[in-house]
Design a protein around this ligand. Structure first.
Ligand code: XIL
Length: 357
């Protein structure tokens, strides 16, 4: 590994001023750190193993990493009595080797459950499976995680369940108490990592998203009131350029302010900007996507409780939004393009980080 900091330091000492990086061109982690923030991205395990350009840019830009998939149940808990930490440990070693903090995603979710789950987990044994999973996975990384998405996407008012809870296997197996069980187990497994609640669809001024914001706030209020150990809130921020007309900065500000008022730290955990409904022209598309990043992050970062910004991927080469356009044009949704060049979105994120006081 070429120690990136040593390289930058020696470059800064030896190079004449003209060769130094201008402040604006510093990597995103430097923009973030200058304002007491972290910048990171969801890491693609296979790419980090096989694509050295990807890992070099990841190490250059990020000081926070979250595994995109490999700490989900389907990967980390492949059989009822077996856990697989090989991919997660690879990412943890990569992070530790590059002074990149790591966060965990995710312990309780209704998706990416292993095949054995439905036929094995019953109302009788669900609590034990959940607690064992949390103790084993969090315990494995104890003291090494910045934060964990303990529960992911538990709110979905259209399902019609009490308190806006999503109709998930966990709700059906354990009732609403599954949240309390999860956070209590998390606190016992690693009292050091921030225990978070993470969700999406909270960004726009539409009736559906307003209802979801209210339900999420009510849930967090209930957990705090019951003294359930939770310290962080993750705003996924999967945005869409076509929805920009429904973005109102003051609505976002107010929502994040209410969450901060509960004493929770806030992370923007999975930001990306879908370009699926934008015209094909690359420059216009890049401009529109960049504007969404800048306006959203500028509003979010005005809330002092926000401590970190993560994008859901770093480069358009590896994004879950790859094949969403009707014209099949390659997606341009993340800070770097497929050749790892900085796009207007990169500069928009840097600029928004710099607005932080
Ligand atoms: C996505 C991954 O990016 C995909 O590779 C995978 O196929 C499905 O999950 N909300 C979350 C993330 O919390 O875990 C999801 O990640 C994206 C939506």
């Amino acid at each position: 590994m070429i120690a990136r900091r040593a390289f930058l330091q020696s470059a800064a000492c030896l190079a004449p001023a003209a060769f130094r990086l201008s402040a604006a061109e510093e990597p995103l982690r430097v923009h973030a750190a200058a304002h007491g923030l972290l910048y990171g991205a969801a890491a693609n395990y296979r790419a980090l193993q096989n694509d050295s350009d990807y890992s070099a840019h990841f190490a250059e830009e990020c000081n926070l990493l979250v595994p995109e998939n490999v700490l989900k149940w389907s990967t980390v808990h492949p059989e009822p009595q077996r856990f697989d930490f090989v991919p997660g440990d690879f990412l943890a070693r990569f992070g530790a080797g590059h002074e990149i903090q790591m966060r965990g995603h995710t312990l309780v979710w209704h998706e990416q459950l292993p095949r054995w789950f439905a036929e094995t987990v019953t109302k009788e044994n669900a609590r034990e499976y959940l607690e064992t999973h949390i103790h084993t996975v969090m315990g494995h990384y104890q003291g090494r995680m910045h934060s964990w998405d303990v529960v992911n996407e538990a709110i979905h008012p259209p399902d019609g369940c009490d308190d806006g809870l999503r109709k998930t296997p966990w709700l059906e197996l354990l009732g609403p108490e599954y949240l309390e069980i999860a956070y209590t187990a998390a606190a016992a497994a690693d009292g050091h990592a921030l225990a978070g609640y993470n969700d999406y669809g909270l960004d726009y001024q539409t009736p559906e998203q307003e209802a979801k914001r209210m339900a999420v706030l009510a849930l967090l209020r209930r957990l705090k009131k019951q003294k359930i150990p939770i310290q962080a809130f993750g705003m996924q921020a999967h945005l869409s350029a076509a929805q920009q007309k429904n973005f109102q900065p003051q609505v976002l500000r107010r929502f994040l302010g209410e969450i901060a008022g509960l004493g929770l730290k806030i992370l923007i955990t999975e930001m990306d900007v879908s370009d699926a409904d934008l015209p094909a022209d690359t420059e216009a598309r890049d401009r529109a996507v960049a504007e969404v990043y800048e306006r959203y992050l500028t509003a979010a970062l005005a809330e002092p409780a926000v401590v970190a910004v993560l994008t859901w991927g770093l480069t358009d080469k590896y994004t879950w939004l790859a094949h969403r356009r009707a014209d099949a044009a390659p997606a341009r949704v993340l800070p770097l393009d497929v050749e790892f060049q900085r796009k207007p979105a990169w500069y928009a994120i840097a600029k928004a980080l710099d607005t932080r006081r």
